[in-house]
Design a protein around this ligand. Structure first.
Ligand code: AMP
Ligand code: MG
Length: 351
């Protein structure tokens, strides 16, 4: 998939992105790139007195990541892996391997709520390119669920005598398949972030579809300000923030069930699948926003929270000192309730 990035000096207005105004003369140092990637918008801003244009390099790294992990690209590594219909091993790249390792960690920490081996079920429910069933067949759900076992998939690496590293992913059953849709955007953010840092950029903000990572400070000397979408008032064309946070050398990812759903037999089926029963998970949570050091973890934890529901998600956040979070839930129709960890409250910008 070709990404198109365009260089411009404007601060674009995606609500999930930087909420600073561009009033001061210093904002001239800000370089702003916009484009499409992973089926959503990419927005990058960085401070560079040399006004360098890294769009071609960013384009290349995102093409690399997509060619590794997009299930929408027929010849991506993940698509090749998913088409292997017998047990076996595939050589993959470092992107795939890193994401697989973090996915294993979050799978363990979330007691299996995060499970990228759900691909066959995700497609059964009409997501990731599948078409929604016209009725719910519980025996089919049960039988597909049995093959969505992440333990059937493992990663290994090997270092040659010359010091070259190779990465491999194996499946014990030909039916096991992967979907990194709940973690790859966060990884894409980290890949862009790391590339810019390696080019000497110290102050930057990267946003892929609302998954964001910031480093350094904005031109006004304050941390970057990021808006969190209002799950009720926001629409795809008119995004509204319900909270603004101040993000310093951290990432934030938000998962929600308010935009991506299918109607099956008159019932709303959301895109978060509960690996415990194989069904779309509808609980009181409207969105989960997670702050961690990097965006790959934040993305995976945010999805885990949507599966776990209010109480267990709050516990997952509270039990992990590396993680802060805010959960938005609805008890009564139209009325939003908020739960935030103490660390999240600290970075929330007061009105
Ligand atoms: P996100 O927007 O990051 O929460 O990711 C949602 C996507 O993750 C869905 O569209 C599915 O492709 C995939 N997904 C759904 N349920 C799970 C789950 N329990 N574990 C991992 N990925 C999932
Ligand atoms: Mg996610």
């Amino acid at each position: 998939m070709k990404q198109i990035l365009s260089l411009c000096l404007m601060i674009a207005g995606l609500i999930t992105s930087a909420c600073h105004s561009s009033g001061s003369g210093k904002s001239k140092e800000i370089v702003s790139l916009e484009g499409q990637t992973m089926g959503t918008e990419l927005q990058v801003q960085y401070i560079d007195s040399l006004q360098r244009d890294f769009s071609h390099e960013l384009d290349s790294i995102l093409i690399e990541v997509n060619n590794s992990m997009s299930t929408y690209i027929p010849n991506s590594l993940i698509s090749i892996f998913n088409r292997m219909d017998t047990a076996g091993t595939l050589e993959v790249d470092r992107h795939f391997y890193r994401v697989l390792l973090i996915a294993k960690k979050v799978h363990r920490e979330s007691n299996g709520a995060f499970n990228p081996a759900l691909y066959p079920l995700i497609r059964y429910w009409g997501f990731s390119g599948g078409s929604a069933p016209d009725h719910i067949d519980s025996s089919k759900v049960d039988s597909v669920l049995k093959i969505c076992n992440f333990d059937l998939i493992s990663g290994t690496m090997a270092v040659s005598g010359e010091g070259d590293t190779s990465y491999y992913v194996s499946k014990q059953d030909g039916r096991a398949q992967l979907d990194f849709g709940a973690i790859a955007k966060g990884y894409g953010v980290d890949a862009v972030h790391d590339l810019l840092k390696s080019r000497g950029i110290r102050s930057l903000m990267v946003d892929i579809g609302g998954e964001v990572r910031c480093s350094g400070r904005y031109t006004d000397g304050k941390a970057w300000r990021i808006g969190i979408e209002d799950p009720v008032k926001s629409t795809i064309n008119s995004r509204k923030a319900t909270r603004v946070i101040s993000l310093f050398n951290k990432a934030i990812a938000t998962s929600g069930n308010y935009r991506n759903f299918r109607i099956v037999n008159g019932r709303k089926m959301v895109h978060t699948i509960n690996p415990a029963n194989g069904y779309p998970e509808m609980n009181s949570l409207l969105s989960a926003s997670i702050v961690t050091d990097d965006c790959t973890h934040a993305d995976a934890y945010a999805t885990s929270c949507m599966v776990l529901g209010l109480e267990d998600a709050g516990k997952l956040i509270s039990d992990n000192p590396q993680m802060e979070g805010m959960l938005i839930y609805g008890i009564e129709e139209g009325k939003l309730e908020y739960w935030s960890s103490p660390g999240f409250q600290e970075i929330t910008v007061k009105d």
